[in-house]
Structure formats: structure tokens, C-alpha cells
Design a protein around this ligand. Structure first.
Ligand code: HEC
Ligand code: HEC
Length: 225
């Protein structure tokens, strides 16, 4: 009995000592492939933005290197195809994260998964910087049916993560100005049982939305600047 209790105490004490002495960073900053990519992104971002000359050279090279992406995502990062998202002005941390999710199969799309197979970490970082630096503009300029209702729901249910202006923050994507068809399709996708994007907090959030709310949200978000 005594031995058991002693063992329990030793266990508890060593747990407390480990918690107090270990830097908290060890728990939050795990060295995952995604973390490595985010660090490369920070370094490359600083390099590209340091000098006007470097930036111009980078833009010229990337305009050529992203020709394949432009076919679906548009020459200015604004897609004309309802299934393809706009990339212009998108949060770069989110862009590299999603490219990594396609590589790992956590997010599934036949076309994007074949494309990322040929991309290195440096390619992923470079395209994320290139598209995120493009100026975004809204997919829809006039507020349509349901946009007013969408605005109310957005501020209650979405703004805390995606930002008050839908501009994105941390790893959360920019939604402002995104194509309404892509928003509707994606919200439906999150809810599916066998979703192509099931490992995300959005699954629970999208499940609380009615069909009418999804339409209203898409009508509002697509007009946000
Ligand atoms: C043949 C068309 C096609 C081409 C070419 C293409 N994409 Fe995509 N891309 C898509 C589609 C479709 C999706 C949406 C997939 C989904 O529904 O999950 C997508 C999604 C993405 C996303 C996720 C964005 C978000 O908002 O979640 C990124 C990032 C992306 N593509 C980057 C690229 C890059 C970089 C290239 C070029 C190297 C490229 N794509 C080329 C069709 C394409
Ligand atoms: C708790 C934080 C949180 C809240 C609240 C939230 N989202 Fe999200 N949202 C996320 C995350 C994280 C992702 C990235 C999902 C992934 O990795 O696949 C995302 C992705 C999305 C996407 C896909 C964007 C793209 O480019 O593919 C849409 C659309 C979206 N959210 C809409 C909404 C709407 C509409 C609401 C309100 C009803 C909402 N979100 C509320 C965290 C949140």
C-alpha cells in the first residue's frame, strides 16, 4: 500500500517538475513540416520585401513561374471559374498551410494534389508570397438578396476568426471578396460525412448553418472589400 502511494507521489512530483522546468514553447512549437514551411515563409517574406529591386525581380520571375496556376486562379489571382478560389490578397500563412495539406492528403482535390506533387517547399513559399501580395477586389460589386442577413450572421459567427472585415489573420483565411459559388461549395463540403476537407474546426461551424444562411453568407462575403 505504502509503496503504491509513494510511487504515485513520485509520479505526480516529477510531472509537476517537468511542467515547471520545460519551456512552454516545446509544446506549442512542434517541429512539423507545416511549422518548417511557416518559418521558411517568414524568412523569404522578409527577403522579398526588404528591397524594391529584389521585389521586382521576384515578381517578374513568379509571373512566368505561375503561368500554370493562372489558368485556373486567374492572371491577377482572381478566378473566373466558380470552383477555383481567388488567391489574390490571401493570407500567405494559410496558402502554404493548404498547399501542405494537399501534399499530405489532409485536403483532397485531384487537380491540386497532382500539382503540389511537383512543388518543393521553396516553390510553395514563393507562390504564397506572390499571390498574397496581389491586390484583392470583391467578386461581386452589388449587394444581392440576403446580403444584409449575411452581414449579421458573419459578425456573430465568423468574424472572431476570419476578422471583422473578413481579411483573415493567423492561419485563418481571408474570405472577403471570395467567389459566392466557391463559398457555398466549400461550406457544403465541410459538412459532408466523407468531406474532402474534414479535419478542421469549420466542420462543426458549417454544420450549424441552414441552407438559407449559407446563401446569405455567400451573398455578403463576396461583396466585402
Ligand atoms: C486545373 C485547375 C487548377 C490549377 C492549374 C491550379 N489550381 Fe489551385 N485550385 C484549384 C481548385 C479547383 C481548387 C479548390 C479545391 C477544393 O475544392 O478544395 C484550388 C485550390 C487552391 C488553393 C487553396 C486556396 C484556398 O482558398 O483554400 C491553393 C493555395 C491553390 N489552389 C494554389 C495553386 C497554385 C499555387 C497553383 C499553381 C502552381 C494552382 N493552384 C493551380 C484548381 C487549380
Ligand atoms: C474558430 C474559428 C473559425 C470560425 C468561427 C469560422 N471559421 Fe471559417 N475557417 C477556419 C479555419 C481554421 C479554416 C481553414 C480550414 C482548413 O484548414 O481546411 C476556415 C476556412 C473557411 C473557409 C474556406 C476558405 C477557403 O479559401 O477555402 C470558408 C468559406 C469559411 N471558413 C467560412 C466561414 C464562415 C462563413 C464562418 C461563419 C459562419 C466561419 N468560417 C467561421 C476557422 C473558423
Amino acid at each position: 500500500m505504502f509503496i503504491k502511494e509513494l510511487a504515485l507521489w513520485v509520479c505526480c512530483l516529477s510531472g509537476i517538475v517537468a511542467c515547471v522546468s520545460a519551456p512552454p514553447d516545446r509544446y506549442v512549437r512542434q517541429i512539423t513540416p507545416e511549422r518548417v514551411l511557416q518559418e521558411k515563409l517568414e524568412q523569404q517574406w522578409a527577403r522579398v520585401n526588404a528591397e524594391e529591386g529584389v521585389r521586382q525581380q521576384f515578381n517578374r520571375a513568379m509571373k512566368f513561374r505561375t503561368q500554370v496556376c493562372q489558368r485556373c486562379h486567374g492572371t491577377d489571382g482572381h478566378s473566373r471559374n466558380g470552383r477555383c478560389p481567388n488567391l489574390a490578397g490571401q493570407n500567405p500563412a494559410y496558402l502554404v498551410q493548404q498547399l501542405q495539406h494537399f501534399s499530405e492528403g489532409q485536403r483532397q482535390d485531384f487537380q491540386m494534389q497532382s500539382i503540389v506533387k511537383k512543388m518543393t517547399d521553396a516553390d510553395k513559399v514563393a507562390v504564397a508570397i506572390y499571390f498574397s501580395r496581389m491586390s484583392p477586389y470583391p467578386a461581386i460589386t452589388e449587394r444581392g438578396d440576403g446580403a444584409a442577413q449575411g452581414e449579421v450572421i458573419f459578425h456573430i459567427k465568423c468574424a472572431q476568426c476570419h476578422g471583422k472585415r473578413g481579411q483573415g489573420q493567423y492561419n485563418y483565411p481571408r474570405l472577403a471578396g471570395q467567389l459566392p459559388s466557391y463559398i457555398r461549395m466549400t461550406l457544403h463540403e465541410f459538412r459532408k460525412l466523407n468531406s474532402r476537407r474534414r479535419i478542421t474546426i469549420m466542420r462543426a461551424i458549417a454544420s450549424t448553418l441552414s441552407e438559407a444562411e449559407i446563401k446569405a453568407l455567400a451573398a455578403y462575403i463576396s461583396t466585402m472589400e
